[in-house]
Design a protein. Structure first.
Length: 97
């Protein structure tokens, strides 16, 4: 969790090159320790997608948002607030394309 939080801080500071490997590492660790379908992995995927979106890398961001949503639907249920945020993030991305 702390890697993801540090990556969010760096992203918010515009330090995308420093944030990206932290997101990627957080996802890797989460998949190994929590499993590939854990909500924390989904949150990290969503955050990495947001970073890529901020960089204009929409084609790279879209599948990450979609995977986060898929995980959220299975593990959190269709009415969870995190899932609503991830769906909205994908919708915003699609509007930009």
């Amino acid at each position: 969790v702390w890697l993801n939080n540090l990556a969010v801080l760096l992203k918010n500071q515009g330090k995308y090159d420093e944030a990206m490997p932290l997101y990627e590492r957080a996802i890797e660790i989460g998949e190994k320790t929590l499993g590939p379908n854990h909500p924390q992995v989904a949150a990290s995927l969503n955050n990495l997608a947001g970073l890529l979106e901020n960089q204009g890398k929409y084609d790279e961001a879209k599948p990450l948002y979609e995977r986060a949503i898929e995980i959220g639907e299975k593990t959190l249920g269709p009415n969870h607030p995190d899932l609503a945020v991830w769906l909205n993030n994908l919708a915003v991305l699609l509007e930009k394309q």
